[in-house]
Design a protein. Sequence first.
Length: 285
Amino acid sequence: MERKLIVKKKGKVINIYKPCKFSQNFIRFEYLYIDSDRDNMHQWRVKGIAITNPDLTDSFVLNESNEWEGAILEVGAKDFMGGYHGDENNTAFSIMADNILLDADSDFEIECSYLKLTTESLLNRCDTLGDNIFRRCKVSEWNLDHYSVTNRFELLQDCEIARFENIMMGLPLFKGEERFITHAASNNHPVPVYVNSDSSLNREIPLFAGDHNAKSFEYFAPEHNFYAKVEGIFDADKYPNGFRLFDNWRVGTDKVLKAYFNMTGKHSGKKGEIFDSKAIYTLEA
């Protein structure tokens, strides 16, 4: 009998349990409403991701403060805006499970094969309350195969973009004192290579060099029967300055292997311009 997604909503916290295909484990996504005046952040997003046991208790937290949903850096700004970085305010939210639109204000526990959470929001200029620079529609979807995030950003004023990191995936190199992620690959370098926890030893590995044509990145933790992949879908040819890579700096500072898609690179954005992308995430444990 095919297992389904298990979805538990209580207040402004939604836990989504996606069944793994090759074990009885689940991947748990903690999707919740962040309400922080300090960060000017009042928005729904995935905050934590964990591997659970078959009884839904957490076995290992993969990411306690998830930043996979993307962020944008304006030229001259001291920080990114959107998602993990704040300066984002929700204007609409909806929940659909299978073919049914649910009451977003009610608590529930359900099983389903497909879940769709849709938000609309406004992004403020970094640390500038009320200065709306982007309108965003974010569609987060779970099915029995993948978790995905579709983003549409509309510029509300001209903006000199330094970085448009709209797709990311970061996973720890260690589980306690034990190595977790050990190998990585990409569509252009498909044979997995060992990732050194000493970042100075990774400098000659092509995965850590900017690659305009990269479309996907893979993570391997063979000793823990874990695999993950992120695939980015967008018009790469539209943005010649964009590039994708594994961030070797994060290996050294945080012991995290982070892949990011800088969709545009430096780009002179114009009012009314639309930026579309989709990230597809596969996690198995």
